[in-house]
Each structure stands twice: as C-alpha cells, then as structure tokens.
Design a protein around this ligand. Structure first.
Ligand code: B1M
Length: 237
C-alpha cells in the first residue's frame, strides 16, 4: 500500500466517540465543511449523550461550523455545491435537535407564521428560529422559502397568528420585506400583527426603516422579542 493510501486510511480511521469534546467539536466543524452528513448526525448524538444541551450543540458545533463555511464561501474558497452539502449536513444534526429544543416548551404562548421572502432560498436560519420558537412554547407555521406576499396573506387568513416572521439572507431580497409590510398596511392589517424580521444582512436601522416591529439578530433574540412584544400587545388591550 502506498504512503498516499496510508494517509487516506488514517483519515478514515477517526472514531468520533473516542475524541474528547473539544476535538469532537473541531472535527464536526471539519465534517460540516466537508459536507459529511452521517458524521454530523453521529457527532450530534455523541455530544447529546455526553450531557450537552441541544442549544449548546447547536451553537458550538453546528452554527459555529456554518460560520466558518460562510467565511470561505465569501472568500471564494468554497463554492455553492460544497456549501449546499454543508447545509445538508447541518440539517442532519438539526433533525436530531429540533424535537429536543421543542420539548422544553410547555404550553403555546403565541402563534407565529414564518417564511423566507421571495427570491431567497436560504432557510437554515429561519428553521433555527422556528425551532427555538417552538422550544419556547410558540406554535410555528413554517411557509418555507421564496414566499411572495400572497403566501403570507393566505397564511394570516388561515392561521390567525400573533406574529409574522420574515427571513432574508441576501441584500437583494431584504427589500421584499417592505413589500409585505406595505401590503399589510394597504389592506388595513398591519396593526393586527407583530412583524419580526431577521437575517444576516439586516440590522435594526433597516427593521425600523421598513416598519417592522423589531429586527432580531439571532434565534434567541427572536424568542425574547416575540415574548416581550406579545406581552406588550396583550397589556395594551
Ligand atoms: Co448563500 N449567501 N447564496 N447559500 N449563504 C450567503 C447569505 C452570503 C452572505 C455568502 C457570502 O457571500 N459570504 C451571500 C449573500 C451576499 C449578500 O447578499 N450580500 C450568499 C450568496 C451570494 C448566495 C447566492 C447568490 C450564491 C450564488 O448562487 N452565487 C445563492 C442565492 C440563492 C437564493 O437565495 N436565491 C446562495 C445559495 C446558498 C446555498 C443554497 C448554497 C446555501 C443555502 C442552503 C439553505 O439555506 N438551505 C447558502 C448558504 C448556506 C449560505 C451561508 C454560507 C450560510 C447561511 C446560513 O445558513 N447561516 C451564507 C453566509 C453567512 O451568512 N455566513 C450565505 C447560518 C444561519 C444559522 O444564520 O441565516 O444568519 P442566519 O440566521 C440567523 C440570524 O440571521 C437570525 O437568526 C438565525 C439563527 O440565529 N435570523 C432570523 C434569520 N432569519 C430570521 C428570521 C427571523 C428572526 C431572526 O424572523 C423572526
């Protein structure tokens, strides 16, 4: 067997369960980078078995790994197909964490319709927000990706939520959030709902400028904001 093959065998021989937590998290960042779905699934389970909370696994192993992927995509080191594989790998870990995060919520404290806006197919952050909201006791109706304003309107009619959540990851799609808010205003519906927006390219100033109730930096902020805005609204009634 050649040296090259020996090296390959060494790489194949990593046994995730034999790594300590720090090594395992680092390995998971690499596995996420390389789009290794099964390894992410296994690593997620190992960390949970070792007593890590689902929120810690999510933040330290998955979200941090995805942040590294994002930097290399930006710098032209990774390309879309590789990033898609990384996103798929992340989803295999999220599939395990979703019910665990949801378990902590006792009763429904409000209802949210959430979707990624028209032209945008990024859904990892939105899904995280949905999971964390479910975990906090909200009922979440997920509209998926690429939603024109009609989808939001139909969902409001059907589900009568307290909150509309919109996600956008592209500078080219974030202005569409204003289209949705303006349509709500035109139809006299704006004040019936709390509108929360989020996504990496947004900021608080943008949220204010388009007339949202709040910009949410991350999923944890989304949960806190949802709770406080609902409490405010109920107190005002
Ligand atoms: Co895209 N992509 N992508 N991508 N992608 C970004 C966003 C980008 C910043 C990468 C880069 O250049 N560094 C860049 C946007 C640049 C810009 O607009 N200025 C970019 C680009 C350019 C593109 C394409 C145009 C690439 C191309 O085709 N040339 C293309 C666009 C397709 C389209 O949408 N029409 C594209 C495609 C893709 C993939 C399909 C390959 C894949 C998406 C897979 C999927 O989502 N299923 C992908 C990915 C994975 C990324 C990066 C690497 C990671 C995004 C992510 O999942 N982050 C991203 C780089 C980056 O952001 N670092 C990038 C992890 C996630 C947990 O964070 O989504 O920010 P985030 O969500 C957070 C908060 O923002 C907040 O809470 C979440 C959890 O804490 N939040 C909300 C989000 N939504 C919220 C909603 C709320 C509240 C809070 O409502 C209440």
């Amino acid at each position: 067997m050649s040296d090259d093959n020996d090296q390959y065998d060494d790489e194949e021989d990593i046994i995730l369960s034999e790594l300590n937590n720090e090594e395992l998290v680092e390995q998971m960042h690499d596995d996420l980078y390389n789009g290794l779905k099964d390894e992410i699934f296994e690593g997620t389970n190992i960390l949970l078995e070792r007593g890590w909370g689902p929120d810690k696994v999510l933040a330290e192993a998955l979200v941090e790994g995805m942040r590294i992927v994002g930097i290399d995509l930006r710098d032209g080191i990774l390309f879309v197909p590789e990033v898609l594989m990384a996103a798929n790998a992340m989803k295999s870990g999220m599939g395990i964490l979703r019910p665990l995060l949801a378990e902590t919520g006792a009763e429904t404290i409000g209802k949210m319709v959430i979707g990624t806006v028209k032209g945008d197919i990024h859904d990892i952050g939105k899904n995280l927000v949905g999971m964390m909201m479910e975990g906090a006791g909200f009922e979440v109706i997920d509209l998926g990706i690429n939603n024109p304003v009609e989808n939001y309107l139909a969902a409001l009619e059907e589900h009568k939520p307290d909150i509309i959540g919109m996600s956008a990851l592209l500078t080219t799609t974030m202005p569409y959030m204003k289209v949705v808010i303006d349509t709500l205003k035109e139809q006299g519906l704006r004040d019936d709902y709390i509108v929360l927006v989020g996504g990496a390219p947004l900021n608080e100033e943008f949220g204010d400028a388009i007339g949202a109730d709040a910009y949410c930096r991350d999923a944890a902020v989304a949960v806190e904001m949802a709770k406080s805005k609902i409490a405010e609204k109920r107190a005002a009634r």
